[in-house]
Design a protein around this ligand. Structure first.
Ligand SMILES: [Zn+2]
Ligand SMILES: [Zn+2]
Ligand SMILES: [Zn+2]
Length: 275
């Protein structure tokens, strides 16, 4: 499968409005960061969008995102869901609703934030995004591909990361719960939150992300949800081998087969969650 980073910035995007710091004025295109999202093009030709950022329209145009077959939401913060109205065009072209999965809290927030979409009294003239909201209860299949939700802590908020095959996407986290580590074994590519150098209450700092990446031991690790405190080139030169900042437009090829060990770990964890 092919993973495309549509956005690797924190909630403000980079450059930050009105800021004149070195990163915000940098001429290196890797220092320009849209709000965070990835597209995963599966081997069967379908496309999975992880989060719908407020920059979705521009991201889709830039990266030729010509279809979306499944939307996975990590949580309901504005930088991850405010692009949902832009999926209308995929509804028109694909002639149907798009399944949209997340945890129950996230989907409840989406219903509230986009109340007009789910209100039968809304006039249909302008077109509404058609989303089939499906809560996630554990690992699930989409076509031949298995997706494993990975519970994370974003400050005190429980949110989801996702694993598919040898790829895991863990945005917006400040803690990986004990029971989630076993779901992250045998990764080729780990994507993990690293906001800035200084500590933050709801995001990993660079040092915390390096430590987590070392414990997970993926072959390649990329940081995302990056603030303007971090310049691409300068920061990458300080990171351990195999660890780098992601950047908008970065594309990776990863094996989409999920090993049985990760599925077994997810099943154990799910049982623990329901106890
Ligand atoms: Zn975020
Ligand atoms: Zn700045
Ligand atoms: Zn968030």
């Amino acid at each position: 499968m092919r993973v495309t980073f549509l956005g690797t910035g924190t909630s403000t995007g980079v450059p930050v409005i009105g800021c004149t710091c070195d990163t915000c004025r940098s001429s290196d295109p890797r220092d320009t960061r849209c709000r965070p999202s990835v597209a995963v093009r599966l081997d069967d030709g379908t496309t999975v969008l992880v989060d719908a950022s407020p920059d979705l329209r521009a991201q889709a145009l830039r990266h030729d995102l010509d279809r979306v077959d499944l939307i996975l939401l990590t949580h309901s913060h504005a930088d991850h869901v405010l692009g949902l109205d832009d999926v209308r065009i995929y509804n028109f072209r694909q002639r149907g609703a798009i399944p949209c999965q997340g945890d129950a809290r996230t989907l409840a927030d989406v219903r509230r934030m986009f109340a007009y979409v789910f209100d039968p009294r809304t006039p249909q003239g302008g077109g509404l995004p058609q989303l089939s909201l499906c809560p996630i209860g554990g690992p699930f299949s989409f076509g031949r591909t298995v997706f494993v939700p990975v519970p994370l802590r974003h400050g005190t908020l429980p949110i989801l990361g996702y694993r598919v095959g040898a790829f895991a996407y863990l945005t917006d986290c400040s803690e990986i719960p004990d029971s989630s580590w076993s779901q992250l074994q045998g990764l080729d590519v780990l994507v993990i939150d690293a906001l800035r150098r200084r500590k933050h209450s709801t995001h990993f700092s660079v040092d915390e992300a390096v430590e987590a990446a070392g414990r997970i031991g993926a072959a390649r690790t990329f940081f995302t949800h990056i603030s303007h405190d971090l310049r691409h080139e300068e920061t990458c030169s300080t990171l351990p081998d195999g660890v780098a900042l992601a950047h908008d437009g970065l594309e990776l090829t990863v094996d989409e087969t999920t090993p049985d060990s990760a599925l077994a770990a997810a099943a154990v964890q799910l049982a623990a969650m329901h106890e």
